[in-house]
Design a protein around this ligand. Structure first.
Ligand code: HEM
Length: 105
């Protein structure tokens, strides 16, 4: 699905308590999300990921559109013992848009 990055910036407000993006972004409760779209999971060296996320990363988990969409719909479906305490996004459109927004960083 083709997302709208400008609309995705608004969706990202739901993520901002825990995540930052951009040049001066720092890890918060969650890791910086620069470069995450298309990348292997668990790559931010200075962030302490859950062991469950790291295991799946070792098994080859990559954040492509499909896995990201699943994770953002229901984090526990993708990383059952992960530590992202987020209920998930309900609208497919919001998910496509936030992925488009994240693709710009
Ligand atoms: C992990 C995206 C909301 C906390 C991640 C990862 C992504 C992501 C892509 C994996 C990063 C990686 O592998 O390097 C998002 C988006 C959100 C959102 C797009 C909003 C739609 C939140 C919220 C919180 C949070 C609200 C805090 C309450 C975390 C934590 C991790 C994480 C702690 C690490 C998970 C682990 O180690 O198991 N998030 N997130 N996220 N996120 Fe979020």
């Amino acid at each position: 699905a083709e997302g709208d990055a400008a609309a995705g910036e608004k969706v990202f407000k739901k993520c901002k308590a825990c995540h930052a993006v951009g040049e001066d972004a720092k890890n918060k409760v969650g890791p910086v999300l620069n470069g995450v779209v298309g990348a292997a999971a668990g790559q931010k060296e200075d962030f302490k990921y859950s062991s469950n996320l790291l295991e799946l990363a070792e098994g080859g988990l990559t954040w492509d559109e499909e896995t990201l969409a699943a994770y953002l719909t229901k984090p526990k479906d993708v990383i059952p013992k992960g530590k992202m305490s987020f209920a998930g996004l309900k609208k497919e459109e919001d998910i496509a848009n936030v992925i488009a927004y994240l693709s710009g960083f």
